[in-house]
Write a protein that binds this ligand. Sequence first.
Ligand code: GH3
Ligand code: MG
Ligand code: MG
Ligand code: MG
Length: 312
Amino acid sequence: FTRPVDITQLENSLEHSLNLQLNEPYRILIIDDDADLAARYSLVLRNSQMLVEILSDPSELFETLHSFNPEVLLLDVNMPGCSGPELAQMIRLHAEWLRVTIIYLSAETDINRQMAALLKAGDDFITKPISDNALIAAVFSHAKRARSLSNALARDSLTGLLKHADIKEQVALEVQRAQRNGKPTSVVMIDLDHFKRVNDQYGHAAGDNVIRSLANLLRQRLRRIDSLGRYGGEEFVAVLPDCTAEQARRIFDEIRLRFAALNFHAGTRTFSVSLSAGISETDGNAAPGAMLEQADQALYDAKHNGRNQVRI
Ligand code: GH3
Ligand code: MG
Ligand code: MG
Ligand code: MG
């Protein structure tokens, strides 16, 4: 009974963890055999803070998709040697490029031919000539949509947090950064206590609800610069830059108490769940993997000392 993905929650959580992405300009790829026209559209979009590349040789399409990773493709319909819809169809054969929005930009005004192109592949049809502002608005709205979708898909669908590989990468980045700037950074590993029992007694849906609530609580209590991921089923990892293990312990003890005070419901029954957490702190030369291992060791200590506690 997993719920559908909550896009609003995901968009909010985006700001939380990978805030750098929000400030990144949208990437637009233009494919047109008319070089002057392509240059003109490119100028208009660049003036609106978008990153634009022009491709005049469609045989380099997939290389360019990989290197430039555009959110929107502005595609001419009639080009010598190949047609826009055929290119669009080729792109749509590759699952990894489903996230790219394909917009035809063409002088073709015949609705039947426009529909035929869209039926093959592609997401929108814009007729030229088009005013600068109309072009900007159309490309911007499609780029925004494409980015939020691709960011949402990159996240854990139950919690909206970073997935295992991404939070691991974030740990590595922050630990390396801490070594450069000499500031302490803490890594925290969190695991729900006796969660098998929760599932057994109250059902998997109730269990999912507990996982989601913990994710929301963590999101609320941590700072914008902290990163948060779902490391495993009911296991989370947080990275706290510029934060000592002692400071992290105070923060997570408060989170632990708040979480244990939450009431969950399964039918007419009410229950609560506790968590355990382990913390490690950078010491100037710790490898990212060692930071995770130390946090895991501290978590193990917390479990074996009776659970519902935070250990360094
Ligand atoms: P401990 O206090 O030692 O951590 O005991 P535990 O029962 O929590 O043990 P463990 O961490 O090994 O068990 C994790 C359990 O969490 C097993 C699995 O059934 C459950 N689980 C993992 N992912 C999910 C999920 O996405 N949803 C739900 N409902 N349960 C999950
Ligand atoms: Mg043309
Ligand atoms: Mg557990
Ligand atoms: Mg576990």
